[in-house]
Design a binder for this molecule. Structure first.
Ligand code: FAD
Ligand code: UDP
Length: 381
């Protein structure tokens, strides 16, 4: 048998894997094999040009943001950026609201001009003071009180996670900023921009820089790899419970179903008479906390700045994870923590396997966080 040997086998070809491979090949002179079960690289960050000619994010909107100079400097070697302050709206009670909650939202609520001081006084009166918020309901009630919690958070969270916010870690709803100024941006991070030509293009540059030291096999579950392939160390970026054959039980995940609709400029005129400047909706994302079965509609062309006549919208329907669809979200709660810690204790003992990434570490990581983890790992080698 013709044996083929690699320094590293990396399972998965998401952003974690590609950063790892690029660093290990170009900085540590290692031979790498990546095995990915999907038919493309990039994991959930994958983007592509659809039949309407629109650059879209296949697995939901991926707004790159970071406070890390190091992560930004690293990725900037492989892409230039299209700066964009992600601004969204929430639709409820038959109207658009500024969201996340800020002074503009407050003015919509009280239906008259206001000030930061007035909003702060209102919050003081209406918030439910909770010294140490323990869950996603308490963290919001403590900041804004019942009315705004019920308007924007309760329904959305129940749809997305199919549980009550009291059953979710405070970090879930705690991700969303609350402001008393007029900052309308969805996120707080200093740097907010998309890779100018898309994520997949950025990943292709990273892969090209590895030359012949990196081989990628797509459409292949690593468990089906030929026995003629050998490696010294494995980095696993898939779901950790799957790796250990669910010996401590299944970890909970939430999945999504995406519905795409594309429109020509003429169709947009027919829909809204070009009310949103040729777009379907006013902002890149509109959240629907209380109406419909989907949680949000994303029109990514707002953010990519692509020069293209057509536009595409994507409706996001939360779904149970069945094992046949994708495990998009770890579910941060008390019982999943107990199960994950059992797997983690096994993982720590492994000599020749490292678990890295959103699914392998079972953490609600953003892209910049997994890039930072991958850089740290490769620096230690
Ligand atoms: P993944 O992208 O999940 O890659 C893991 C890969 O492993 C997958 O491609 C999978 O197919 C493969 N794999 C699994 N098992 C096997 C196997 N047995 N054999 C072979 N291959 C296998 N982050 C942000 O910073 N900003 C955002 O706006 C943002 N929006 C998001 C929206 C959605 C809907 C989702 C789901 C996530 C979002 N994220 C966002 C988070 C971001 O997607 C993750 O941080 C990032 O993709 C994690 O990368 P990863 O490589 O660890 O995991
Ligand atoms: N959330 C909410 N209402 C909103 C937006 C978010 O209740 O309008 C809550 C909800 O529980 C959601 C979480 O905050 O799952 C995190 O939202 P984010 O937009 O960061 O989710 P992601 O983009 O990761 O799906």
């Amino acid at each position: 048998m013709n044996l083929k040997s690699y320094d590293y086998l990396i399972v998965g070809a998401g952003i974690t894997a590609i950063v790892l491979a690029e660093r290990l090949c170009t900085q540590k002179n290692k031979n790498i094999l990546i095995v990915e079960k999907r038919d493309h690289i990039g994991g959930n960050c994958y983007d592509y040009i659809n039949k309407a000619g629109v650059l879209i994010h296949k697995y939901g909107p991926h707004y790159f943001r970071t406070n890390s100079e190091k992560v930004l400097k690293y990725l900037s070697d492989f892409t230039s950026w299209h700066p964009f302050d992600y601004e969204i709206r929430a639709w409820t009670e038959k109207r658009f609201w500024n969201f996340p909650v800020n002074l503009n939202t407050f003015e919509q609520l009280i239906e008259k001009p206001s000030s930061t001081a007035e909003m702060e006084a209102w919050l003081k009166e209406n918030r439910v003071p909770i010294a140490n918020p323990k869950n996603s309901e308490e963290v919001i009630l403590n900041q804004v009180g019942k009315e705004l919690y019920e308007k924007f958070f309760l329904g959305y969270t129940q749809k997305q996670w199919r549980c009550h916010p009291t059953e979710l870690d405070k970090s879930v709803c705690g991700r969303i900023p609350i402001r008393t100024n007029r900052d309308n941006r969805y996120l707080n991070d200093r740097f907010q921009a998309l890779p100018k030509d898309g994520y997949t293009e950025m990943f292709n540059k990273m892969i090209s820089s590895c030359g012949g030291k990196l081989k990628i096999i797509l459409d292949c579950n690593y468990q089906k790899l030929s026995s003629s392939i050998r490696w010294n160390h494995m980095i696993y970026t898939g779901p950790i419970d799957c790796y250990y054959k669910y010996c401590f039980g299944k970890l909970p995940y939430r999945s999504l179903r995406f519905e795409h609709e594309s429109y020509t400029p003429q169709e947009i005129v027919g829909l809204n008479n070009n009310f949103y400047g040729g777009y379907y909706q006013p902002t890149v994302q509109v959240n629907y906390p209380n109406d419909y079965k989907f949680t949000r509609i994303v029109e990514i062309k707002h953010a990519t700045g692509q020069d293209c006549p057509n536009t595409t919208i994507v409706k996001e329907y939360p779904d149970d994870y069945s094992g046949l669809n994708e495990p998009y979200y770890p579910v941060p709660n008390t019982s999943s923590k107990v199960i994950f810690n059992k797997y983690r204790r096994l993982a720590i003992k492994e000599k020749n396997i490292t678990f890295l990434g959103r699914l392998a570490n079972y953490k609600y990581y953003n892209m910049d966080q997994v890039v930072a983890l991958a850089l740290k790992y490769t620096e230690s080698k």
